[in-house]
Design a protein around this ligand. Structure first.
Ligand code: TXA
Ligand code: MG
Length: 344
């Protein structure tokens, strides 16, 4: 059992930032805000510190971590070989920000951080508190989302306290996360580069910079147990509230009919704002129908809200998959365990 005396630190207080940096440098665990979701950080080059992340989350050891940095100049010692030209093109367009890039790793990255893979995931977050904590730490910081393994990622400090109080050394409060879904994950270890997890940096934006970008089949579909996954995170159940979740594709009218008269009757609806007046039963919304950025920001908080309300069954209306909608859809199919109902 993990029993730590967790400190609550404030991202707006310089002494608290210095304290968070000191804890990380000395091998401790610190939850820090980023623009995407809160991360559970530890020194990425210290195998013992990284092991404490896996213990706190209950995370499978083969699921690798993202290493967080403040400056592109910190990449070369962590990467095997030269940085590819594509990395510089991506960095100048999207960093700091919600993009993670995978490259071959150097020996400075311990196998614990890389989940035993020969590659390393790297990201420069833009959140000012994340950058301040990283600068104070002065070491690369490995940080998965700060949820207990399998739960929705935390987008507020309250979510972090619920999941991790007593399991980490400190939590830094930096307010609510604005993006709301985790970073886009792209590997540069394949030709063409391949999207492993969609996020706020969209497929369309990546193609505008790089030309061809493939989408890994695991982004949209459940992979057969026999398939070798490109990203270990793909094979684990994710983002799921306690309710039994199904995802429904179709028009607002078809969704409302399904909820009011069809098989969705009696379940909680998680729908778009415009649909609330159409629904007769219990319902929450997660943003306007065409506002994928707002849906991303609200999604994980609303999945947790379903738990708080004691929902046992939830039927979620799926967004279109253009732009950031692809990231929202990708999290929802996993929350639903790939149970998709097509009404068209
Ligand atoms: O926005 C984010 O990326 C947040 C914040 C805290 O930065 N972090 C985050 O980390 O979402 P995590 O561990 O929850 O998700 C990392 C994903 C996992 O699906 C993992 O399997 C994949 O990235 N990943 C990490 N390293 C990889 C590698 N070397 N090859 C393939 N996939 C990798
Ligand atoms: Mg995660």
């Amino acid at each position: 059992m993990i029993e730590k005396k967790t400190k609550l630190l404030l991202g707006s207080v310089a002494a608290d930032i210095a304290e968070a940096g000191r804890i990380l440098r000395e091998g401790g665990t610190v939850i820090l805000p980023t623009e995407t979701v809160y991360g559970l950080g530890a020194n990425a080059c210290d195998a013992a510190a990284v092991s404490a992340i896996f213990a706190a989350k209950g995370r499978p050891q083969d699921n690798p971590l993202i290493v967080h940095l403040t400056d592109v100049g910190q990449l070369p010692p962590l990467v095997c070989g030269e940085l590819p030209p594509q990395l510089y093109a991506l960095a100048s367009r999207f960093w700091p920000g919600p993009l993670t890039v995978i490259l071959p790793k150097s020996d400075a990255v311990p196998p614990e951080t890389a989940g035993g893979l020969a590659t390393v995931a790297l990201r420069l977050p833009s959140h000012p508190v994340a950058r301040a904590v990283l600068a104070a730490a002065g070491v690369p910081v490995a940080a998965p989302s700060a949820n207990r393994s399998g739960s929705p990622s935390p987008t507020t400090v309250a979510h972090c306290v619920d999941d991790m109080w007593g399991r980490v050394d400190a939590i830094v409060d930096g307010g609510d996360c604005t993006v709301g879904v985790e970073s886009t994950v792209l590997t540069l270890c394949t030709d063409p580069p391949r999207l492993l997890r969609p996020g706020a940096v969209t497929l369309e934006q990546l193609r505008a910079v790089l030309g061809a970008v493939e989408v890994d089949p695991g982004v949209m579909e459940r992979l057969a147990d026999t398939v070798q996954v490109s990203s270990p995170g793909m094979k684990y159940k994710h983002y799921a509230p306690r309710a039994q979740v199904s995802l429904v594709c179709g028009s607002s009218a078809a969704y409302a009919a399904y909820m009011n008269q069809g098989a969705g009757r009696g379940a909680w609806a998680l729908c778009f704002d415009e649909e609330l007046p159409l629904l007769q039963g219990q319902a929450l919304s997660y943003g306007a129908v065409h506002d994928h950025a707002a849906q991303a920001t609200a999604l994980f908080g609303q999945l947790r809200e379903l738990d708080r309300l004691g929902a046992t069954r939830a039927v979620i209306h799926a967004p279109d998959t253009d732009g950031v909608g692809l990231a929202v859809y990708n999290r929802l199919v996993r929350a639903a365990g790939f149970s998709i109902i097509n009404l068209e």
